[in-house]
Design a protein around this ligand. Structure first.
Ligand code: FAD
Length: 572
């Protein structure tokens, strides 16, 4: 329905919809190139799932790796993708990505508040695939000082509470290791004490953390850059429909706090609404394990409801339904909140640590637990007989849970009481008792643990090869002193388990686009004035997951490329 003629109207060069990595990268780049940019965000807060993320971006040949002396020809990561993606490999888009991504990092480093730390010791997921790297292919947002956001820092989405310590984000890598070792090493204890005291001071003075890390730092630094570059950021403005003149897209109508607002955008619109993690209808259509659309519990923000995909389709765009997996699969546990809501906690870290196994209801293992979250979920889907619920239990003993935590339950000295009382954690003095509490076959579990313990003593997983790839080992704990950094016996009760179900970090299936992030119509032609970035854009990984950071790297890069194209800047 067209709006009444009295609908207020504003004009700009580029309208960006959504304030995650894809949208903010586009907005910041466009403003830097001299365009007048409006960024509309439907939530009261900026940052989307990006603010909840680890903040890692897969960027082979990035400037930080080069400066550390890690060099490689573009053909190597390209070959890795060719092997990994098989028939889904799209050489034109993959090459465009690999060429532009290092320049994207360079651009943000030089011109914006966003700085990076290197991932020079982080391997690709699949070390046995030819041309996999053992490091140098990723970067992460560097910690960011929220004071730079000034009075607008309250507009930034805080991190997912369950991944923080009392609201304080913990950076992955060295900082996380300090937290896990705080009761063991004086240097780690001192580090943690400094961090906690600093956070306490921030709370007293500013009522929020000032030292932002991970995806929170990425979103914060991008938001600050957008404000500093003069982007007109409008929160609580949801895009409702696109404005079109024939095939050309020239703006959108937003639903704002004061009613509809028409935004005319001379250079077009960038869709960056975060894909469809919470669009039940699209999940039902594209995720076979979600027959009603509700069985898939994405860890993405609730606001990611597929709006960008629907807007793109309304202008003739096509959502690719052929991806190997339509979502960036990850096991999640369901965390009950006192107010009756449930958070979806993605299990990204503890599965690889020594002394944890994953079993199905028959009590048997089905996967190398130290493989990526995506591979874990694919294995669980393959192992689950038709008609049975897709679920598994992560099982460990008391020593493990106090050392590493389990899901949302934190390590010692934080108490487990609340997690047990609320039913999030199950506990048994014996394995049989634990099996009973979970509804797992007790004989199966006891036999599995006996076999596991024998293999752990030998340091070799004859069933699933846990601990044998560089990625496994980096995720494990070499300092724990076991023969295999990902294996230790599960031996002394009480024993604990948490149930995991299918979820994701976001979605892969999105609008088909070209190498400039232009949305394509059914004939493969670009729709004038319409771009897609982030998870509204069809993942160039074809529904596969070769390495960490393969959503944020492309989100940032294609957001950047969309803006350059809209501004008429030549990058290729
Ligand atoms: C715990 C966790 C850790 C992760 N770690 C990593 C990592 O380290 N590396 C990596 O690559 N990926 C990671 N991911 C995945 C990654 O965070 C997402 O894929 C990415 O943030 C998506 O970015 P986006 O720009 O597409 O969307 P988002 O960041 O979700 O932003 C989309 C925004 O659009 C807004 N929006 C929705 N509809 C409308 C509308 N109609 N109008 C206006 N605005 C709208 C939403 O409110 C939201 O703010 C992680 C995810 C999680 C949950």
């Amino acid at each position: 329905m067209p709006e009444p003629a009295t609908t207020p109207s504003i004009a700009c060069d580029l309208l960006v919809l959504g304030s995650g990595a894809g949208g903010l990268a586009a907005a910041v780049t466009a403003a830097h190139l001299g365009l007048a940019v409006v960024l509309a965000e439907k939530e009261p807060l900026i940052g989307g799932t990006t603010a909840w993320s680890g903040g890692w971006m897969w960027v082979p040949r990035n400037p930080l790796a080069r400066e550390a002396g890690i060099g490689e020809d573009i053909e190597r990561p390209l070959a890795y993708l060719r092997h990994e993606l098989g028939e889904r490999f799209d050489e034109a888009r993959a090459r465009a990505y690999l060429e532009a991504a290092p320049r994207m990092v360079d651009f943000f480093r030089r011109h914006t508040a966003l700085q990076f730390i290197d991932g020079n010791a982080i391997p690709d997921f699949h070390g046995r695939t030819p041309d996999a790297a053992t490091g140098g292919r990723s970067v992460c947002a560097a910690p960011f000082d929220a004071r730079r956001l000034g009075a607008r820092r309250g507009l930034l989405r805080p991190p997912l509470a369950e991944t923080t310590l009392w609201g304080m984000g913990i950076a992955s890598g060295a900082e996380l290791r300090h937290f896990l070792n705080a009761l063991r090493k004086p240097a780690s204890f001192a580090y943690v004490a400094r961090r906690v005291l600093g956070y306490g001071r921030d709370l007293l003075l500013h009522r929020q953390a000032m030292r932002l890390v991970n995806g929170h730092a990425l979103a914060g630094a991008l938001a600050a850059s957008a404000f500093e570059a003069g982007v007109d950021v409008r929160t609580r403005h949801a895009a409702r429909r696109l404005l079109r003149d024939g095939a050309r897209v020239h703006g959108a109508v937003l639903d704002g706090p004061d009613g509809p607002l028409r935004v005319e955008a001379a250079r077009g619109v960038v869709l960056a609404c975060g894909g469809f993690p919470h669009d039940a209808a699209r999940k039902k259509a594209l995720l076979p394990h979600a027959p009603s659309g509700t069985e898939h519990c994405s860890a993405a923000v609730w606001a990611a409801t597929g709006d960008g995909l629907r807007l793109g389709e309304s202008a003739g765009g096509i959502v690719d339904a052929s991806q190997t997996s339509a979502a960036a699969l990850a096991p999640v546990s369901l965390v009950p909140h006192a107010d009756g809501t449930v958070a979806h906690f993605p299990h990204l870290i503890e599965r690889a640590k020594p002394g944890l196994i994953a079993v199905r209801e028959d009590g048997r293992r089905f996967v190398n637990e130290a493989d990526s979250y995506y591979d874990f979920m694919q294995a669980l889907l393959a192992a689950t007989p038709a008609g049975r619920p897709v679920q598994a239990w992560l099982v460990c003993d008391h020593a493990f849970i106090r050392r590493y935590g389990l899901g949302a339950a934190k390590p010692a000295p934080l108490p487990l009481r609340g997690w047990l009382a609320g039913g999030y954690l199950r506990r048994g003095r014996t394995l049989a008792e634990l099996a009973g509490a979970c509804g797992i076959d007790a004989d199966g579990l006891q036999a599995t643990v006996a076999r596991w313990n024998a293999m752990a003593a030998a340091g070799r997983d004859d069933d699933f090869a846990k601990g044998e790839t560089p990625y496994n080992r980096v995720q494990g704990d070499a300092a724990a002193g076991h023969a295999n950094p990902c294996m230790a016996p599960v031996e002394r009760g009480p024993f604990y388990a948490v149930r995991v179900v299918p979820g994701s970090l976001g979605t892969f299936a999105g609008l088909k686009t070209d190498t400039d992030a232009r949305v394509l119509d059914a004939s493969g032609a670009p729709i004038p004035g319409l771009y897609a970035a982030g998870n509204d854009m069809n993942s160039l990984m074809g529904g596969r997951y070769p390495s960490g950071g393969i959503t944020l790297g492309p989100a940032m890069t294609f957001g950047h490329l969309a803006a350059r194209h809209a501004a008429g800047a030549d990058l290729h």
